[in-house]
Ligand binder design. Structure first.
Ligand code: ATP
Ligand code: MG
Length: 437
């Protein structure tokens, strides 16, 4: 089949070899059935001959059969993909670039999906990983680890994570080393030469994920994080992908997919307003849509009206999933001054934010205001608008304003929560004017 496709494309063995980066002898052996094609080789053939996934699928099936004979452990730890996954075509396509890594470089391909709380980082990583596995990539298995996010108290320790990973890939407990470095080295040894995908979900920082990274370029890693993971680039080659809210049509589509066509068609205008009131943030959209489904009396219109006041939107919750909690984990990981600045910014009306304005409302020098703004942007609690300006998502602003009212208005309570007790005078007066307005 390979020979037929190659000759049909008018390529000699040598010409084809130059395209797939394998030597002509190797290709000849595969064509004459003397050698089994690896998935990496097959991917090269698919690309060179422009035949979709044809040869990758065959090579994957061959490898799977071999592994089954040898009794290899083949983890398949990906959580279920979402039935109603919408949009993100460019991001999925961007992640496909990971699959082209091995031919061009010896570095292990690593992609970091970062963005604000609830924007859909995990959903995207899982969706892409399922797609890739279904297309025959990563035939040696897919590992998925929840690293438990940015809060220092709950964040997973690499030492423990490696123990779980080593057990999963079949290393007997007696052979799991007692030192972090040795655990990391054993993990890399196990993965060497295998085509595995590692999804590291909800990473706190670069130090947490560095010991978990494979060394083999046949593996790939997708990391999700609310942080941009500063410092990671100095340790490994990474491709960074920042997720933003969904576009308005996709946000409405997500609501429609969850509430069903009948409810959605009853009032498409209300669905659009509801999407807008959820700030097109997937977590808020899903919670709103679920509320409509679970409270049968709710229509999109009734819920959109209920969510008209900004503060009401913070109460979106279904079961254990609470919008406010998602914001809180990021807020709690902030240093004291950035947290204060965040609360202060919540009291501003919807407007662009700059260093001078922030310095004046927080009562700090511009250098400190600038540092806090950068910290907030790094945690995706603010988004960069242009070189000089930032903006805050409506829902985050509502959350920050709520915190400011609770904490900065009542110093005693602030102390009890372990946050800054000293209210910022300028901030308080601004709060008063904003609230009156
Ligand atoms: N493109 C999408 N299509 C459909 N549902 C989505 C999409 N993106 C996210 N969701 C849903 O929105 C909710 C929040 O998404 P997700 O958990 O992936 O966000 P996250 O960015 O990983 O949040 P966190 O910062 O808390 O880890 C989930 O219920 C998820 O299934
Ligand atoms: Mg997540």
């Amino acid at each position: 089949m390979l020979r037929a496709h190659r000759t049909k494309s008018g390529l000699s063995l040598t010409q084809f070899a130059a395209r797939v980066h394998f030597n002509p002898g190797h290709i000849s052996k595969v064509e004459t059935g003397k050698r089994s094609p690896s998935v990496t080789f097959a991917k090269g053939c698919d690309r060179a001959l422009n035949v979709g996934n044809t040869f990758t699928a065959i090579a994957s099936a061959l490898e799977a059969a071999t592994r089954q004979q040898q009794g290899w452990v083949q983890p398949a730890q990906l959580p279920a993909a979402k039935r109603h996954f919408v949009g993100r075509h460019d991001d999925l396509h961007g992640l496909d670039g990971l699959l082209q890594g091995p031919e061009q470089t010896l570095a292990v391909p690593v992609a970091v999906i970062n963005g604000p709380p609830g924007v859909g980082k995990t959903a995207l990583a899982v969706q892409w990983a399922h797609r890739a596995a279904n297309d025959g990539h990563f035939p040696d298995g897919q590992l998925f680890v929840n690293l438990q996010g940015p809060e220092p108290d709950t964040s997973a320790a690499p030492f423990d994570v490696l123990e779980d990973l080593l057990r999963t890939v079949g290393v007997p407990p007696s052979r799991i080393p007692a030192e972090l470095d040795q655990r990391a080295a054993t993990f890399r040894s196990y993965l060497n030469g295998r085509e595995m995908l590692l999804v590291l979900d909800n990473a706190a920082d670069a130090q947490q994920i560095h010991p978990l990274l494979p060394g083999s370029p046949r593996c790939a890693v997708v990391v999700t994080s609310r942080s941009r993971l500063p410092g990671l680039m100095s340790l490994v080659d990474v491709a960074s992908l920042t997720l933003h809210e969904l576009c308005q049509p996709d946000a409405a589509k997500l609501i429609c997919a969850v509430i069903g066509k009948v409810r959605a068609d009853a009032n498409p205008g209300a669905v659009a307003v509801l999407a807008e009131r959820c700030g097109c943030l997937p977590l808020a959209l899903v919670l709103a849509a679920e509320r409509i489904v679970s409270h049968q009396h709710h229509s999109a219109e009734a819920l959109a009206t209920e969510l008209k006041p900004q503060q009401a939107r913070l109460s979106l919750a279904e079961g254990d999933v609470v919008l406010r909690d998602a914001f809180e984990t990021s807020y709690k990981a902030l240093d004291e001054q950035s947290a204060r600045v965040f609360r202060g910014l919540g009291l501003l009306p919807d407007q662009l934010i700059d260093v001078a304005g922030t310095a004046s409302i927080a009562g700090v020098p511009p250098e400190e205001a600038s540092l806090s703004l950068r910290n907030l942007a790094a945690a995706h609690l603010l988004a960069r608008h242009d070189e000089r300006h930032y903006r805050m998502h409506d829902l985050l602003r509502a959350y920050a304003a709520d915190l400011a009212r609770q904490l900065d208005g009542k110093p005693e309570r602030a102390k009890a929560n372990g946050c800054a007790a000293d209210p910022i005078p300028a901030l308080n007066s601004l709060a008063a004017t904003t609230l009156v307005a």
